[in-house]
Design a protein around this ligand. Structure first.
Ligand code: ZN
Length: 338
């Protein structure tokens, strides 16, 4: 099979567990556990869960219709979590990725509380260890996502688990999910400080869609090293200056923004990345949903950005270098956690 991998290995810092599982792996998980699926034919199932440049869906619609009722459910429990983590990480290496940060909210993978959280986390770590053992040039780590829709107490438990398993490969904390009336970054200031003191690093989903525009609060109260997406900053000069001043890196996920209608079209992506370059905002390129988006693998997204004249080969190399320099993962593959 002909591929167009860049001549250098890639680093992926922003990919979610549920949206990084290959359809065939989802299918195996479902069949082996007897899950009833909304589509009984494999190809129909793929069509149902996949978004593309011609099948777009608003983020919240995808979440409520496909992500939560189907993907989260299928990728729940120890068997699914271990298999998924192993398959995602080994598959990433076979697609030219040598550094992978994989994120998930462990409380969304414990079958609604039916499975003990430590068992779910250990399953994830076993999957990662096996991939790291088999592919010895791969480095990887796991980020735990808190949820804006969760209570503070639930999120605090996730942080405590991240601290507990930090030495085993949980490298950072993220906050994900759409804005809610009850979530305020300010309330999480001391919890994030505690996480940092324990050696965890911080990234936060923000500035992805027009209604998730809390980047100023995120910077002030949570002081993350990186921000997931952050594309709305391109429309706020003062915000870009603040990002540069603080040395925060934006994890840009171009194709994800296109298929979930966070941007109008590819020209808007072009405008955003051009604006970031002009304002010296540092960013890296990521997939967010590598298996749910058609042609969503990282090397394919590099190719798309180059083919559409959005970034040059030199820009892309620079983005990859930015990712390598801002990773939360310690060097050394498996030995980093032994
Ligand atoms: Zn994301």
């Amino acid at each position: 099979m002909e591929t167009h991998f860049p001549s250098y290995p890639l680093a992926e810092l922003h990919a979610h567990l549920s949206t990084s599982i290959h359809s065939s792996v989802y299918w195996q998980i479902a069949q082996s556990q007897g899950f009833k699926l909304p589509k009984r034919d494999y190809h129909e199932f793929i069509k149902h869960i996949t978004l593309s440049q011609t099948r777009t869906m608003e983020l919240n619609t995808y979440f409520s219709e496909i992500y939560h009722p189907l993907l989260d459910k299928l990728s729940s429990g120890t068997y699914a979590v271990e298999k998924a983590t192993y398959e995602i990480m080994s598959g990433a290496y076979r697609n030219n990725i040598t550094l992978l940060e994989l994120r998930n909210n462990p409380m969304k993978h414990n079958q609604g509380g039916a499975v003990d959280l430590d068992h779910v986390i250990m399953a994830m770590l076993r999957g990662m260890e096996r991939a790291l053992l088999e592919y010895n040039k791969l480095s990887a780590g796991i980020i735990f996502c808190l949820a804006r829709e969760f209570t503070y107490e639930q999120n605090e438990i996730i942080v405590e688990k991240a601290v507990k398993y930090h030495r085993r490969g949980v490298v950072g904390i993220d906050i994900a999910g759409p804005g809610t009336p009850t979530f305020h970054s300010k309330d999480y200031q001391s919890l994030m400080k505690r996480a940092k003191q324990a050696g965890l690093q911080i990234t936060v989903h923000s500035g992805e869609t027009k209604d998730a525009d809390d980047m100023w609060d995120v910077l002030e109260f949570l002081e993350p090293q990186r921000i997931g997406h952050g594309i709305r900053a391109a429309y706020d000069k003062a915000l870009m200056q603040e990002i540069v001043k603080r040395g925060v890196i934006l994890e840009v996920c171009p194709l994800s923004n296109l298929v979930t209608k966070a941007v109008e079209n590819i020209d808007e992506i072009k405008f955003i990345l051009k604006t970031f370059k002009e304002n010296k905002v540092k960013f890296c390129i990521n997939t967010d949903w590598p298996e749910i988006i058609e042609d969503g693998h990282l090397w394919r997204q590099f190719k798309l950005l180059r083919d559409e004249n959005i970034l040059t080969e030199e820009d892309l190399k620079h983005c990859n270098q930015t990712a390598l320099e801002s990773t939360f993962v310690p060097p050394g593959g498996l030995s980093a956690y032994l």
